[in-house]
Ligand binder design. Structure first.
Ligand code: AMP
Ligand code: MG
Length: 399
């Protein structure tokens, strides 16, 4: 059996980053930048008020309280159309252009209305008070984000603030998902004996979408060499990577193995991990292909351990792996020595002190998908007897 870390190395070496492209900012959430992002103009682009209040000449307020003549109102969104002369003030709203002549804003809470046509300023203002200077936030030509930045909602806001239309980033990988097996049915019709519903395909399509890729449904094909060949060829032609499930074990009808061996340059691994021990990986016409196991839990764990990091690398992410953190086992998590790391489906919760605690989420057979669905983490039990109640265990967080 080959260790998980070695398998990851081989896979990552065969999954280079996709070429960058100009991505519309509207589609850029979650993308990773591939060139420095530069501000096209200053933000703010004009001096504006940080408060609702009054624009004044600071020198006029030296002897506050003082009454100033009210000569107009400046609202956000339009040039003020008035100037502030000596002894004058303009009512101003947050975000409005500071009128010429004014050099300070006095917040409305530090003023009182009147007498007649005037406003009484109750405090001394200093030049610059509550004025947002041009370029105070961002300067034209400034590098906003270095290459390798994962764009989140805040980044999209910054890009919008400088009027960026596109950003040079790694596009999402198009990832094909194919199920194989004569026993599989995709519809909702009653099952005939021997049939099962194809749960891997919707699950893997969802995992792919969650990983930030574009899922491409390649359908369900029977255990038939011609059908499997056609589906894989169609997949590698239109996708950046493909995932198949089923047919990679040692059964009589495991044609995925035969087909991939003929079309591609494949590794067939027995990995020192449970579940997810068998894995096929290689490239077909340069496209990475992951032959995931058929058992649904194995398929999901295999995706998490091996496919997701590779897809993230292709999309330029700097962190590839799920975080692994220590947790307290609130119940014993027992296992037998067998040379493998066991990935135990657990529910992790944080206590009031921020310490993580884990409990099994249910049965651990690799066909028992519900306990996988309920789990939010996988406890990593190294080869041995497991961990006693109250012991510390490393967990891989899935959310
Ligand atoms: P295989 O690797 O093809 O031998 O499949 C291993 C087990 O996983 C068998 O019990 C299959 O019926 C089951 N299986 C394979 N593909 C799927 C799928 N797409 N959805 C649900 N179960 C599957
Ligand atoms: Mg099969």
């Amino acid at each position: 059996m080959i260790p998980v870390a070695r398998v990851r190395e081989v896979i990552l070496a065969a999954c280079p980053q996709l070429p960058p492209a100009a991505v519309p900012v509207a589609d850029a959430l979650g993308r990773v930048t591939a060139a420095p992002v530069v501000a096209g103009h200053d933000v703010p682009s004009f001096p504006n008020s940080a408060m609702d209040g009054f624009a004044v000449r600071a020198s006029d307020t030296a002897a506050a309280p003082v009454a100033l003549d009210l000569v107009g109102t400046a609202a956000a969104g339009a040039p003020p159309g008035v100037e502030v002369g000596p002894g004058q003030a303009v009512r101003i709203m947050t975000g409005a252009v500071v009128p010429a002549g004014a050099d300070a804003i006095v917040m409305v809470e530090r003023t009182s209305p009147g007498p007649e046509g005037r406003v009484t300023i109750e405090v001394r203002a200093s030049p610059g008070d509550h004025i947002r200077r041009p370029g105070e936030d961002l300067r034209a030509g400034q590098i906003l984000f270095e290459p390798g930045t994962e764009l989140g909602p805040g980044h999209l806001g910054v890009l919008a603030s400088v009027g960026a239309e596109t950003v040079v980033a790694i596009p999402p990988a198009r990832v094909g998902v194919l199920s194989t097996g004569d026993e599989l049915t995709a519809g909702i019709a009653p099952l005939v004996p021997g049939q099962i519903r194809d749960s891997n395909r919707p699950m893997l399509l969802a995992l792919v979408a969650r990983a930030g890729c574009i899922p491409v449904d390649l359908g369900t094909v029977p255990d038939d060499e011609i059908a499997v060949t056609a589906a894989i060829q169609r997949g590698v032609a239109g996708c950046d990577a493909i995932l198949t499930s089923g047919g990679v074990s040692v059964g009589d009808f495991d044609y995925v193995k035969t087909v991939l061996d003929r079309l591609g340059d494949m590794h067939w691994w027995q990995i020192a991990v449970k579940p997810a021990k068998p894995l096929a990986f290689g490239t077909v016409h340069g496209t990475p292909v992951f032959g995931l196991p058929g058992n649904p839990v194995s398929s999901l764990v295999s995706f998490e351990l091996f496919a997701r990091p590779a897809l993230r690398q292709m999309m330029g992410y700097r962190t590839l792996f799920r975080p692994e953190v220590p947790a307290v086992a609130d119940e014993a998590l027992r296992r037998r020595p067998d040379g493998k790391v066991h990935m135990v489906r657990v529910i992790a919760t944080a206590d009031a002190d921020g310490r993580l605690h884990v409990r099994s989420s249910g049965g651990q057979g690799s066909h028992l998908l519900r306990s996988m669905a309920l789990a939010n983490a996988l406890a990593l039990l190294p080869d041995g007897d497991g961990v006693a109640e109250g012991g510390t265990v490393k967990v891989m967080l899935l959310t």
